[in-house]
Design a protein around this ligand. Structure first.
Ligand code: PLP
Length: 400
């Protein structure tokens, strides 16, 4: 249980975000009265269906898709599974020779685990390397495309270091080489931070999640371009255009739709505010804490506004998290979704980091609800905690 009296500075907004009060209001308004099953023909059922359609419209407006190109899922993980498993298998069903997939080595586990599953099912997967600052080289992708390549899946923005991949360029050059290629992008971290226009990008499939943009957890969507149809991975009553069966999470969908509507209007303000706080945080940390470095790119246009990943030499990131938590600051080392696996960051590893550099890494992610006082306090607490940890660190003669 969270200690209600302890004040909390929440800087783990890439893991999840607090629900927006307008989102909550709209969900609560409907939770008690609109309990009809959207597949039922009666009025209550029809009302639920209408609410789903309103949400679908709001989401499609944010990414410039058609309304019926949005398929609701249980979140980013399921959207990634549906896109990768469903599409790879569909392509191979049509042409058994098309069994090659290209992805990157810094994808979220929701993609990488699907790729492993496909390898066990006789697919071939190419994992593209990244530069030391976390970017895919377009020439590596191009040279990996073979006649058997059916699917490319590359994330829009990375959840650990925030690097933004040049998706528009990657789609263009991939389709120039083979126009039948299907391109999926995991835009879970990008939504609300990058102005996404699926028509301009010419993307085929795109994963989205609600809880990264101040919506509820357990709800997401897959954008599926008209004319494309992945195999279902959940079978049943044929909801969601027969692509994703199961009675819809109506309240979650309402919340996700409202969160998208809000972010459409506050996009510029939010990102400006978040970026100002993040830039200040980065500058102060680099200026005032010795032996640390910023991980990932330094070009502001190529990194998400909210993510800052550091290595503090001579400390253990996990110890840092625990100590910071004692002082009321909530942060992570990397992907909260992978934390149960207790493994070292595959993202930093792919970026060529040493064991010590990965161990000392910490991810601070800013949200629109944060303020400069919280950032100032975090810096002071961080300075103190790092000094304490370095005192007892086995590396302390090097970094103290
Ligand atoms: N993809 C990325 C890039 C993510 O950051 C996350 C979650 O952190 C996911 C997928 C999984 O999304 P969800 O938590 O909605 O299942």
């Amino acid at each position: 249980m969270l200690n209600e009296t302890k004040s909390l500075i929440y800087l783990d907004n890439a893991a999840s975000t607090p629900i927006h009060k307008e989102v909550l209001k709209e969900m609560l308004q409907n939770i008690e009265l609109d309990y009809g099953n959207p597949s039922s023909i009666h009025e209550l059922g029809r009302k639920s269906k209408t609410l789903i359609q309103i949400a679908r419209k709001r989401i499609s407006k944010l990414i410039n898709s058609d309304i019926d190109e949005i398929i609701f899922t249980s979140g980013g993980t399921e959207s990634d599974n549906l896109a990768v498993l469903g599409m790879a298998r569909k392509i191979r069903n049509i042409n058994p020779r098309m069994n090659h997939i290209i992805t990157s080595s810094i994808e979220h586990d929701a993609i990488l685990e699907c790729c492993k599953d496909l390898e066990n099912d006789n697919f071939e997967v190419t994992y593209l390397p990244v530069t030391n600052d976390g970017y895919i080289r377009p020439k590596d992708m191009i040279s990996s495309i073979k006649p058997s390549t059916g699917l490319i899946t590359i994330m829009f923005a990375n959840n650990e270091v925030g690097t933004i991949q040049p998706i528009e360029e990657l789609v263009k050059i991939a389709k120039n080489k083979n126009r039948t290629l299907i391109f999926h992008t995991d835009a879970v971290q990008a939504l609300g931070k990058i102005d996404i226009d699926v028509k301009r990008l010419n993307i085929d499939l795109m994963s989205l999640s609600s809880h990264k943009i101040n919506g509820p957890k357990g709800i997401g969507a897959l954008y599926v371009k008209k004319g494309i149809r992945p195999n279902s991975i959940i079978h049943g009553g044929g909801q969601e255009y027969s692509i994703r069966s199961g009675t819809e999470n109506v309240i979650g969908i309402i919340g996700f739709g409202k969160a998208c509507e809000i972010i459409s209007k506050s996009f510029v303000y939010n990102n400006k505010k978040i970026l100002e706080m993040k830039e200040y945080l980065i500058k102060k940390i680099l200026d005032e804490i010795p032996n640390c470095r910023l991980n990932g790119g330094v070009n502001v246009d190529k990194v998400l506004t909210n993510i800052a990943n550091f290595t503090f030499y001579g400390v253990n990131g996990e110890d840092l998290i625990i100590k910071l938590d004692d002082y009321g600051v909530a942060v992570s080392t990397g992907s909260a979704c992978s934390v149960n696996k207790q493994k070292q960051s595959h993202v930093l590893k792919a970026m060529g980091f040493t064991h010590e550099e990965i161990t000392g890494s910490l991810r601070l992610t800013v949200g629109v609800q944060n303020n400069m006082d919280e950032i100032e306090n975090t810096i002071e607490i961080l300075k103190k905690v790092i000094l304490e940890l370095r005192e007892i660190s086995p590396y302390n003669t090097k970094y103290h």
